[in-house]
Write a protein that binds this ligand. Structure first.
Ligand code: EPU
Length: 428
């Protein structure tokens, strides 16, 4: 990790203000990352709008450029990608280690060019994060998968365009695994069926982009996705869906500070789980027109227990922010993490701020309400970082959040957006 990142930016947050006002959600991180990789499948332009200005997008863009993709970005969030001149199918290790989505260049490179090589992907240290599901899918389509030192190599049986459609069973409904295998299958010869596919909205968004590029995909959003391979794909334009995790994070922040916030451009139709839990905790949550969520809360919060699950269950990416909220609820809440095996990094940081929270393996028990106090804490991953930022909003005094670069990976202009809602904070 570069030295400047290790020191990194930090936030200094003054606690105590209830959030008030309107905040606009940015384009979805995980949808945008997969959609950017899809540009590798065609020689024509793929134009994405509403791409968030976050560092995970920057690092994936760097990787794609290294592979030979031309990228034009505009400050309004539009991004034009052209992969007509891919110069290498070997993803440089130092760029692959920057984020998890980088491994999703493998499926499209393998399908179109017949070869792909990459180190295992980086990303948050939130669990073991294997890639067996991705590799098994490539193998089922006839690819030879091997290991050379640290790197994975995948070769199609007879060069470019020679993957064969197959029935692929996913041991686990992996989000990026489903996306990677879908991108391999769209240019394979014949039909593929992905059984036990992930149904997350970000997988659906990729499926719709692939359809717009000429792919034949059915069952998008179900656990059984059918793909009829086609020889080539063409360019397309698509708007990246708004980020459901960012929207959820602001909704949680509004509820836990006793605020009154309108979250604009929220993908409300895919936020049932978080809306249900916020209501169960006592918050008033209402949909206002298309894509607007109004959150208000006044009075004590109630404890709620939940499991973090694959979609449409409560997203694992909202586990830590919800835990921060539950420190303010009157009673005991129990959380079970069912997706990743190391999503508890935030627990120790919240405890530094006075939270009564204990973790036992993949579960956490939160007792509240606790009067949190400012402390020096770390953003240990994107969502653990969000949890300490939310805790800082209700803490007495100043909280210093170190390693804020983790927040930059997933939250666009977080400081500006929080300031717009009345929070006093500095970025140092
Ligand atoms: N898994 C396997 N084998 C595999 C792949 C995954 O067993 O080959 C297991 C993992 O060990 C884990 C579970 O499957 O226990 C879920 O992993 P998944 O592959 O679904 O997650 P991912 O694709 O690596 C994406 C998001 C995550 C989000 C998860 C779950 C991207 C770039 N990342 O990760 O986002 O938490 O899906 O929804 O799309 C975040 O935004 O902060 C973040 C971590």
């Amino acid at each position: 990790m570069p030295l400047n990142r290790a020191r990194g930016p930090r936030y200094e947050v003054q606690g105590g203000a209830a959030l008030h006002g309107t905040v606009r959600v940015s384009g979805g991180k995980n949808a945008a990352l997969a959609m950017m990789c899809a540009a590798l499948l065609t020689t024509e332009d793929v134009v994405l709008t509403n791409v968030p200005a976050i560092s995970d997008v920057d690092s994936l863009a760097d990787l794609l450029v290294t592979l030979g993709v031309t990228i034009d970005r505009h400050p309004d969030g539009a991004m034009r990608l052209n992969a007509s001149r891919v110069s290498t199918c070997e993803a440089p290790t130092e760029l692959i280690s920057e984020n998890r989505a980088s491994f999703q260049v493998m499926g499209p490179l393998l399908a179109r060019h017949g070869f792909a090589s990459s180190a295992p992907p980086g990303g948050d240290v939130i669990g073991q994060r294997p890639i067996d599901v991705h590799l098994a899918g490539f193998e089922a389509m006839g690819a030879r998968v091997s290991r050379e030192g640290e790197r994975w190599l995948a070769e199609a049986p007879a060069g470019p365009g020679s993957l064969r459609g197959a029935r692929v069973f996913m041991d686990y409904p992996s989000v990026s695994g489903t996306q990677n295998v879908m991108m391999a299958a769209v240019l394979a010869r014949g039909a593929s069926t992905i059984v036990n596919a992930a149904t997350e909205p970000e997988v659906q968004e990729l499926g719709h982009l692939l359809e717009a590029m000429g792919a034949r995909v059915t069952g998008i959003g179900t656990q059984c996705v059918d793909v009829e391979g086609v020889p080539t794909l063409h360019g397309a334009t698509a708007r990246v869906m708004p980020d459901r995790i960012e929207a959820g994070t602001f909704a949680i922040a509004a509820a836990m500070t006793g605020g009154d916030v309108l979250v604009e451009d929220a993908p409300v139709h895919v936020m049932d789980a978080v809306v249900a839990k916020l209501r169960a905790a006592g918050a008033l949550v209402e949909q206002r027109g298309e894509g607007c969520l109004h959150i208000a809360h006044d009075g004590p919060l109630r404890p709620v227990s939940f499991q973090a699950l694959p979609y449409p269950g409560l997203a694992t990416d909202l586990h830590a922010p919800m835990a921060a909220l539950l420190t303010q609820a009157a009673g005991v809440s129990i959380i079970h993490e069912r997706v990743f095996d190391n999503r508890m990094l935030y627990v120790g940081e919240l405890r530094k701020m006075g939270a009564e929270i204990v973790s036992t393996g993949s579960s956490a028990i939160v007792s509240g309400p606790t009067s949190l106090h400012g402390a020096r804490v770390r953003a240990l991953d994107v969502r653990a970082g969000a949890a300490v930022m939310l805790a800082a909003l209700v803490a007495q005094g100043t909280t210093v959040v170190d390693e804020a670069y983790h927040l930059d990976r997933g939250y666009e202009r977080l400081d500006e957006k929080l300031r717009g809602l009345g929070v006093r904070l500095e970025r140092a």
